[in-house]
Ligand binder design. Structure first.
Ligand code: ADP
Length: 329
């Protein structure tokens, strides 16, 4: 896997995305759904950062906010050192050349009335890239890169299988030569038998073009296969962030421990299975103190009162947990 770890491509600082909740005729503001609540992380050139957490933890919202498909409530998103939260429409369009997204449901990004060739060509048209001949050549090249036949350009999406449609989604994302791809559960809607093919394609492409991915998945084996580093998200916050091997060998946050122990093939040796009780609470009314405390098998009295901060407890290993931050005890 190609990895160039020297500089940050993307830095997210204290990013928040709140959805206001209103009631009544006067739309009185009664609270906020804190979908992303103070996330800081970075992605380096050519790096795959895996983002895991149960459904409803804020992973998709974080991905969409980084792309400004959702407007951030506050915080900074630095892409190559430039704060993209301040870009105007024109500048944002330019940025979308560099950062692309691949969605879970390939149908959502494909217009059923457009041929596949036109769909893949669309980003080139939007970004005014090349003349007609160059675009036709580029579409054929992209089809080949993602394992489709160039002769299929005149076909419509319904003529393709789920895996092939995701290949088309990948070709569309690659069309304008991005540097960073936000992959939001790109294989979870696909049959298990084709998931590995798409993951391998994404890894080949990452290596060939030295791309960076923010790879969102709730399936830890997918992250284990793909990522260099991984971030674990719980109720709008990053609770653990480290090198993938370090987390899989030595998960420190009780939430990470529980997630790993739920997958028999990933359960660290010698550790018991930890049952994660209940569901993720609502981000409208998160539990006080550490948001995870009502479900935590290692809860301490302080966890009910004080929110733990994300701290670096060993080089490049960050964790937000009172168990591992003795300053707070
Ligand atoms: P994940 O990707 O981890 O499953 P999401 O980012 O989809 O989580 O959602 C995080 C939380 O934000 C959920 O509680 C969800 O209901 C809420 N949410 C997401 N989008 C919106 C929206 N447009 N309006 C209100 N709440 C939203």
């Amino acid at each position: 896997m190609k990895q160039m770890m020297n500089h940050e491509l993307l830095e997210v600082k204290n990013l928040k995305k709140y959805y206001p909740v209103t009631t009544g005729l006067l739309s009185q503001h009664i609270g906020d759904i804190k979908a992303v609540d103070g996330v800081s992380l970075s992605i380096r050139e050519g790096e795959i950062l895996g983002l895991v957490g149960e459904s409803g933890c804020g992973k998709s919202t974080l991905g969409k906010t980084i792309l400004r498909l959702e407007e951030p409530t506050s915080g900074e998103i630095l892409y190559k050192g430039i704060d993209i939260t301040r870009l105007d429409k024109k500048e944002l369009r330019e940025l979308r050349r560099e950062i692309q997204i691949i969605f879970q449901d390939p149908d959502a990004s494909l217009d059923p009335r457009m041929t596949v060739g036109d769909s893949i060509c669309e980003p080139l048209v939007i970004h005014n890239t090349g003349d007609e001949k160059e675009r036709t050549e580029r579409v054929a090249e992209l089809m080949e890169q993602v394992g489709l036949e160039a002769g299929q350009t005149s076909h419509y999406p319904h003529e393709f299988s789920g895996g092939q449609k995701q290949r088309i989604g990948i070709a569309r994302a690659l069309a304008v030569n991005p540097r960073l791809i936000i992959a939001d559960e790109p294989v979870s809607a696909l049959d298990v038998s084709v998931q590995a093919q798409i993951l391998n394609l994404m890894m080949d492409i990452q290596e060939e073009f030295g791309l960076a991915y923010l790879f969102i998945a709730h399936d830890l084996s997918v992250i284990k296969h793909m990522a260099h580093r991984m971030a674990v998200m719980y109720l709008g916050k990053i609770v653990e962030l480290a090198n993938k091997k370090e987390i899989f060998d030595n998960p420190l946050h009780p939430y990470t421990e529980a997630l790993l122990s739920a997958v028999p093939s990933l359960k660290p040796k010698g550790k018991d299975r930890i049952l994660l009780r209940g569901d993720v609470p609502s981000p409208l009314n998160p539990p006080p103190g550490c948001h995870f405390h009502p479900r935590c098998h290692r809860v301490l009295p302080i966890c009910r009162q004080k929110e733990p901060q994300l701290v670096e407890i060993s080089p490049e290993h960050f964790i937000a947990c009172h168990l591992h931050n003795t300053d707070n005890l």
